[in-house]
Design a protein around this ligand. Structure first.
Ligand code: VGL
Ligand code: ZN
Length: 198
């Protein structure tokens, strides 16, 4: 059975939000169209405590976009975003959330970021997404959302590693592109790892 995974379609990732993905709003109508075609839809949600270690504000002397080491892993520093319980962390206002079967939260521990919808960046803590998919008899996943070069990429790569047939819904993705070309390279990586791109 197939599942649609909607990655981080949250207000803070849309234009005007705290970590706005350029043209991120364009994928909401695409999500709204696709949810009708899937019997099973899961949404992931970036869901950080206010003092999350991925926030540049927590690292005096560092700025947004710097890469530092946190707990032994490389961490890009971001503006404060998707703080638990805030408007910015809510699913996009225009998203038809009636069709969403499950919501998975990630990035909830202060000390470790989680780009993948499956695991934190240390691959130590699971989010529950794998259990949800297995319990529902899902064998193939279609992944779309924000951002192509971070959470979409790591969610799709983990899905492949976990043995799911994985399709990237390219028209439903937009990237941050901190470095120009990051999103194109992310798509190449997903394809090289075995994802179909349609
Ligand atoms: C994301 C950066 C920081 C994403 C989340 O959803 O791609 N990117 N947190
Ligand atoms: Zn985040």
């Amino acid at each position: 059975m197939d599942a649609l995974i909607l990655v981080d379609l949250q207000n803070d990732f849309l234009p005007g939000g705290a970590l706005a993905v350029p043209r991120g709003d364009e994928v909401i109508p695409i999500a709204n169209r696709l949810v009708g075609h899937f019997g099973f839809v899961v949404a992931t949600r970036d869901w950080h405590p206010p003092d999350h270690s991925s926030f540049a504000s927590q690292h005096p002397g560092h700025a947004v976009g710097d890469v530092i080491e946190v707990g032994g892993v490389a961490q890009v520093l971001w503006p404060d975003h998707c703080v638990q319980g805030t408007k910015g962390a809510e699913l996009a206002a225009a998203l038809n959330d009636a069709a969403i079967s499950e919501i998975v939260t990630k990035g909830t521990s202060r000390d470790i970021d989680s780009y993948s919808g499956f695991f934190d960046n240390n691959q130590r803590q699971a989010t529950g997404l794998l259990d949800i998919l297995q319990r529902s008899g899902i064998t193939r996943v279609h992944v779309m959302g924000l951002a192509t070069d971070y959470c979409v990429k790591f969610t799709a790569l983990d899905a492949l590693k976990l043995g799911f047939e994985t399709n990237l819904v390219l028209e439903g993705c937009r990237g941050v592109d901190l470095t120009p070309g990051d999103s194109d390279r992310a798509v190449d990586e997903m394809r090289a790892a075995g994802a179909s791109v349609r």
